[in-house]
Design a protein around this ligand. Sequence first.
Ligand code: SF4
Length: 328
Amino acid sequence: MPWKGEKDPYKIWLSETILQQTRVEQGMKYYENFIRAFPNVHTLAKAPAERIFKHWEGLGYYSRCRNLIETGRYISNDLKGNFPCDYDSILQLKGIGTYTAAAISSFAFNLPYAVLDGNVFRVLSRILDIETPIDSTEGRREFSELAQSILPLSKAGEYNQAIMDFGAVVCKPVPECSICFFQKNCKAFLQGKQQLLPVKEKKIKIRQRWLNYVVIKYRNEVAIHQRTVKDIWKQLFEFVLIETARPSTLKQVLKQFEKQYGISSYKHVKSFTETTQKLSHQSLSFTFTMLELNKKDKIENCFWTPLSGIEHFAFPRTIKRFITENLG
Ligand code: SF4
């Protein structure tokens, strides 16, 4: 992994931000592209937000990208590029929680702060057979105190890296117990209950959404707009969206589109097979309908862009895939 043994707090911050909610294999490519495009905090701070979002495109959880931009500019402009070097100041930075603050403090400055991420929860709960739910206040406190109490103070960075790697490579959600050197001491393994740990008490409530995209073309141009509301994908681009409370027929979508945008003169070119995407708390169902206008109407909140230049804008993953497969 390219960030292994890294001491530069900027690069550690970047890798940890990317790896929150993202698998290592997927995050690696993004990390390398980011470091190539923005090798230090000043280059990141000077870059236009659109360019940074374009590098983040497809990674999801876009609030991470917004925080990255804001914090990068703060460090570059207000702190003259000097990354804070104590835990409390690092924790003050926007988008940095206790986990990332501990990771930066220990990896870059070898400060004695134990990291507590999904990997560490898993490893500790299994080896020590702890059934306290990790998503409860009590669980967070118990695990946090435990992690801190077993941290070797003079080797905090090395230890944190090791336990996280162990959780990522050996004690995975489906653990590799047959190759694990903890077998003889792991309480969960000895009782055959490793798959039951860690315990979570809350069930995630999934919200179902139906996103009907109307891809409006006029000759070689297409209408898009930037999402600005406080919702998923804020600041990314999309086509005209008709969101409905339940699955809709083509007729219903077009009726709603005509009513909302005051456009009724068009040719229906094609409707595409429905696709879905799962987010942590949402299940999304997409339809795409392509229309060709007879004249270049003004479309509320949208602007026209040539299809040849559409790759300059950052889109959510499913829309990006639609563009590559159907408009590329
Ligand atoms: Fe994890 Fe299995 Fe090793 Fe226990 S024996 S620490 S459950 S991989």
